[in-house]
Design a protein around this ligand. Sequence first.
Ligand SMILES: N#Cc1ccc(Nc2nc(N)cc(-n3cnc(CCO)c3)n2)cc1
Length: 284
Amino acid sequence: QFHMIKYEDLKWDESLGQGSFTRIYRGHKTDIRDGENYTTEVLLKELDAGHKNCWESFFESASLMSQISHKHLLLVYGVSVHGVQNIMVQEFVKYGALDLYLKRGRSVSVSWKLDVAKQLASALNFLEEKHIVHGNICAKNLLLAREGDQSQGISPFIKLSDPGISVAMLVVLDRIPWVAPEVLDAPDDLTLECDKWSFGATVWEIFNNGNSPLQGWDLDEKRQFYESFQKLPPSQWAELADLITQCMDYQAALRPSCRSIIRQLNSLITSDYEILHSTEPVTQ
Ligand SMILES: N#Cc1ccc(Nc2nc(N)cc(-n3cnc(CCO)c3)n2)cc1
C-alpha cells in the first residue's frame, strides 16, 4: 500500500504546529541511490502516541495518497513506524496551509482565488473519476506550492493534502460546516457528494480570506445550522454565491458534477467581475 521508510533515515527540524491528533514538523529524509546520499526536505506528520485507535485511519489516509498521483494531490513518500510512533512522510510544500496563508493578510486577486478553486475542482474531478472520496476538503488541507505572481502572469499552485484522521473518528460536529449534513447521521459512508458540499465551504473560505465559516459558533449552534437548513452568508458576487449554494445543497443528489463546477468556474473567470471589482494585485 505504501513505502516503509526507516526511522534512522529521517531527521526532525522545527515543529510546524499540530492538527487533530497529529503534530507536524519540517524534516529531511536521506536515500541512498546508486551509492549516492540524497537528502530531501520533507514534512513529518506524527500521530499522537495516545491515539492508537486512530492509527488505521491515519494509515488509510497515507495509503489513499500513495495509491494515486496527480499534480494537485500531495505526494506521500511513505510511513515510518518507530515503537509507538507512527509518522507519515510527505513532500514539503513550500508555503504551507492555505487558510493560514490567506489569514496572514496576503491580499490576493479575484483571479488568484478562482485559479485556486479551479485547481481544487480538477483534483476533485480526478478523484471522482477514480471513485475515491477524500472526506476532508477544507482550506486547511490545501497546501500552497507556488504563490504566483500576477505581474508575471504566474498563477498560484495548490496541492490537496491527505484527509487525515477520518471524520468518523473525530467529533463530527467540529467539522460543521465542511462536513455534509447527511454525514452527521452516517459518518461511515462518505460519498463523492460529500466532497462537493465541502468544496462549497472551501470556496467560501477562499473568498473570505481564509476565515472559517461559522467561526466561534458552539456545537449546538452548529447542529442548529444544519437542522434549520441554513446557508453560509452569501458573497456579493451573485454567480459565485450561486455556485457555493449549489454545492452546499442539503439534497446530496442535487449537487453539481465536478464537470459542471469546472464549467461554472470557467465562466466566473471570464466574467467581467475581475475588471469591475478587481482587488489590488498580489504585492510581492
Ligand atoms: N510557515 C510555514 C510552513 C508550514 C508548512 C509548510 N509545508 C507543509 N507541507 C506539507 N506537506 C503539509 C503542511 N501542512 C501544514 N499544515 C498542515 C496540517 C493541515 O493539513 C499540513 N505544510 C510550509 C511552510
